[in-house]
Ligand binder design. Structure first.
Ligand code: ADP
Ligand code: MG
Length: 312
């Protein structure tokens, strides 16, 4: 087992792209671009709560950064810098650290993020990433901007990550090729950074879907003090996948609202990014947070469960 410092040097010290001083000193130095605002977000992943004990280290490395980058996407920000706090059991194998670092830096390289510092300690496995991003002053996407009459949109094909997890936990049985597709969604989520950047100025509110569509839409509704009507048949999923989309999580797609007049621009964006963008309902006036689900016949359905709440 190398010393803590040798371990940091070997696994976490890499050349940086846009950092004045990175790993190795008492603090990192960064120079934000003039005229831009910094966006900061932290996400923790704890073994047994956010990932199964037998999750591959490479997948974990990718995911712990990807979920943070997803928060930058939801703010309409360009991710730039990250710190990594990691607790590893007393004898982490080199293989585990190698795999973890490979996954982490694959994600960092893909999205242009510099790892600029962190902390490494012994203990039950847990990972905490803080990410910093930049957004043009006054242009960040918030949860609070949705207005009556806005359309509600979702990116990609969410629901697959929760379905993959249900398979791993023996709650359902998937067959190929759906199995590989769902496990990829669970282990290698693709944060929608390009979409988030393009939505700045177009979307009125945005959030990334990490706890299920109903729960995350609920945050937009409450913070915007509006209600919503969702059209179940318009959701980009069916059957069990749709249940997973509504109440499951972990997809890291973007859920956003936009004025109805922006529909053509959003469709053009979907074509440009080659990413499905689906209109699934609209913002209506009503008590803050009220969510009505409509089936194909226009009947209201009351959701049984709004998603995953760690303390619920
Ligand atoms: P200090 O005692 O001053 O907090 P540390 O000994 O904890 O410093 O860390 C030494 C250097 O290594 C610091 O620059 C710190 O940011 C960095 N570092 C520690 N752990 C990690 C990690 N897991 N990933 C990236 N950088 C790390
Ligand atoms: Mg320290």
């Amino acid at each position: 087992m190398p010393s803590e410092f040798a371990l940091i040097d070997r696994y976490f010290k890499r050349p940086t792209r846009h950092t004045l001083l990175g790993v190795g000193d008492d603090g990192a130095l960064i120079a934000p671009t003039p005229g831009r605002e910094l966006v900061v977000s932290t996400d923790m992943l704890v073994e047994g709560t956010h990932f199964l004990a037998d999750t591959g280290a490479e997948a974990l490395g990718w995911k712990c950064l990807a979920v943070n980058i997803s928060d930058m996407a939801a703010m309409g920000a360009q991710p730039r810098w990250a710190t990594l706090g990691i607790t590893v059991p007393p004898a982490p194998t080199f293989e585990w650290l190698d795999d973890f670092a490979r996954g982490f830096f694959a994600c960092a390289d893909e999205f242009g993020v510099d790892l600029i510092g962190g902390d490494t300690t012994r203990g039950p496995r847990a990972i905490c990433v803080t990410i910093l991003g930049e957004v043009a002053a006054g242009r960040a996407l918030r949860r609070s901007g949705a207005g009556t009459g806005d359309s509600i949109w979702i990116s990609g094909r969410p629901g697959r990550a929760a379905l993959g997890l249900a398979h791993l936990q023996g709650r359902t049985v998937l067959r190929e090729p759906q199995l590989a597709d769902c496990l990829a969604a669970l282990h290698r989520p693709q944060p929608r950074v390009e979409l988030g950047l393009a939505l700045s100025g177009l979307a009125t509110a945005a959030i990334d879907v990490s706890d299920g569509l109903l729960a995350d839409l609920g945050h937009i509704l409450e913070q915007s003090a509006v209600a919503a009507r969702l059209q179940i048949p318009q959701l980009p999923a069916a059957g069990l996948e749709r249940d997973c989309l509504l109440a499951g999580g972990d997809d890291y797609e973007l859920l956003f609202t936009a004025a109805a007049a922006s529909t053509a621009a959003i469709s053009a964006l979907a074509a440009e990014l080659q990413l499905p963008l689906t209109c699934i309902g609209e913002i209506v006036s009503g008590p803050a947070g009220r969510l009505v689900l409509c089936d194909a016949d226009g009947r209201d359905i009351t959701p049984a469960r709004r998603g995953f709440d760690h303390f619920g």
